[in-house]
Design a binder for this molecule. Structure first.
Ligand SMILES: [Zn+2]
Length: 315
């Protein structure tokens, strides 16, 4: 019986092949696109299954969570409090799918505020994947038009989702659960694109965090007369010497410094001058190249850190 069944299966495959062959010659002008389409769909499904293997839902408490996600020589910061999420930057182009899987794996499907700090690829590269794959409420970026494929991809994804390209103003505030994000800097017209960076101060209870994008000393000098004192400083421009002036660092006076940076990157970030400057002020340094993804967890009075080597480092 078993042998006969196998024999019939062989014949069935042969008959189906002949039907497909005849169909393709007479009805499809000899092109095999429809077969490729079916095979392509099958391959796509198996790839998606593979990418979704790692699922680690996070049991969020009422605390504030800030994930400085390790995306190599790039930035991506996820903020969560009480069912509200903000994502600031999304790494390079190749980080997009890894980030989507990582954030979805945490159990997050909706992002209330997505910020692209400025139009460089190491900050906005994965944003098109983020827009394509999450329910997004608001999208913000500086209104400086750039003609790169990376930027065009974002505009296409926004259009497909009928999501507006919004540009915040200095002083704008957004609620993240019980936390408040305040825009301290944004510019739509700078010769150095780094200086268009959206700079954000996050206030949660008695703690505050400064997120600098890639803003340089020029921007820092404009912030000196503002209330910038913070417990944590995410350094501007991956620890390059063009950011984090002595004067600025003294005024922010952080206890912790975060540097989002790639292992053995060609720019030699962070520079030794900056590391010395931080050490001279007895600031504890955490770096994504050494610590992996850096997780800040706070109840509004104390700050704790956890670290995780993730698969989000696409380069
Ligand atoms: Zn950068």
């Amino acid at each position: 019986m078993a042998r006969r069944k196998r024999k019939y299966r062989k014949e069935l495959i042969l008959i189906i092949s002949i039907i497909i062959f005849i169909y393709s010659i007479f009805f499809d002008n000899g092109n095999y696109e429809f077969i490729e389409e079916i095979l392509g769909k099958y391959i796509q499904i198996s790839m998606q299954e593979n990418e979704n293997i790692e699922v680690k839902p996070v049991n969020f408490t009422d605390n504030l969570y800030i994930y400085f996600i390790d995306v190599g020589q790039a930035d991506s910061i996820l903020i969560h409090n009480k069912n509200t999420n903000a994502l600031i930057d999304a790494g390079n182009n190749e980080d997009g799918k890894l980030l989507v899987n990582y954030i979805k794996g945490m159990g997050i499907n909706k992002i209330n505020y997505v910020f692209g700090t400025h139009a460089h690829e190491d900050h906005i590269g994965g944003l098109d994947d983020i827009i394509d794959n999450f329910e997004i409420e608001n999208f913000y970026m500086p209104d400086q038009v750039i003609t790169t494929a990376t930027f065009e991809d974002i505009l296409t994804s926004l259009e497909n989702k009928q999501l507006a390209f919004q540009t915040p103003k200095i002083g704008d505030k957004y609620n993240i659960g019980d936390g408040i994000l305040e825009i301290l800097n944004i510019s739509n017209n700078e010769s150095d694109i780094n200086d268009t960076s959206i700079v954000i101060k996050l206030i949660y209870g008695n703690i505050s965090v400064m997120l600098m994008g890639d803003a340089s000393k020029k921007v820092e000098s404009k912030l000196l007369n503002k209330n910038i004192k913070s417990n944590v400083l995410k350094l501007g421009h991956h620890g390059a010497s063009t950011s984090t002036s002595t004067e600025f660092l003294k005024k922010v006076n952080p206890k912790y410094a975060i540097i989002s940076v790639g292992t053995n990157n060609i720019y030699n970030h962070p520079t030794q001058t900056i590391l010395n400057r931080l050490n001279n002020q007895n600031i504890t340094i955490y770096r994504t190249d050494k610590n992996g993804t850096i997780k800040l967890i706070s109840d509004g009075n104390t700050i704790n850190f956890e670290f995780e080597k993730t698969n989000t480092n696409g380069g």
